[in-house]
Design a protein around this ligand. Sequence first.
Ligand SMILES: [Zn+2]
Length: 351
Amino acid sequence: EMTESVLTALYGNATSLNLTCKKLKAVPTCVSTIANLSVLLLNNNSIGGLPAKLRALRHLAELNLGNNALNEVPAVLGHLESLKKLYLFSNQITAVPPDVMGGLSRLRHLSVLDNKLEEVPVELGHLTELTEINLTCNNLSWLPPQLYQCKDLTKLHVARNKLTRLPEVVQWVSYITKTLTLHFRELGHWQNSKSWTWLETSCETNMELQLHCMTRDNYSVQFHLLPLRKLYYEGNRFVRCEPMSSVQDVEVLTLKELAARFVLQEDRKQSSLVHMMLPHYPTLTALLDNCSCCAFCQKPFLGTWLECVHFINLKKDMKMKSSRTIPVRALLCSHKCFNMAGYSYYGVATR
Ligand SMILES: [Zn+2]
């Protein structure tokens, strides 16, 4: 049956060949002689590699190798210069060789979903025609900042990886002017306030944000300040709005905290000596990068005094269709701010 499809394609001078689900362990070498082939579907087989002769397919624009037995990205792909769509999902791929990337300059759509990638080569940033990258379900703990060079990127899927911090992506989110889909499923500590502020101020797009299953947190970050087009937040175990009274004791701040607050406050003034001198103290600057801003008085602080939530109504506050209420994180600087009247921040109780 497989031979039949290949022969029909060969003698019919076909432009597409479908060898899906043919129990193939290897690609028949005669496939490389179908000179006009532009679409080749090899998904759902047991293919472990590709023959070097396949480089003869000069017009191949779409190649589907999904659900096979590849351990690495086949080197021959680097010679398929017409490729626009490459599907490598559900294999056992551990690495993407940088030299393969070099030949894929016209690639627009790349799916490496469900593999074992620990790293993405920085060369991926050279593929400037990319519009969609799917890296879901891998072991990535880092993304190359060079991706900001992919100016047409509209969808980036990075869910179910080992990414724990926002900065890696935030840096180039700001360069992208179209819709960007960020799936942050199971993203751990993405509360670094500086990167979040960056996202708030630089995100001019109507982006789509997916905040699924943030298992560590029982509230979400300040998403309501972003110009979102869509928001997904399924599978979160958020705190519920069930007010109960509690007593917060006054706390004496450490000398380090008091000094940090003074320096941070001074750093906000352009004319301050502290502001001018701070760049000369990189370790101090790095330490102060973890600072936050009080939700009530807007003053900076280093150590959080109290982590609170306030409740956002999607219909009322964001003009979305859903009338659900979502808890959003807010940090307060002091006992004084917590006890001020006229706002609705709640401390989080655990039972
Ligand atoms: Zn305050």
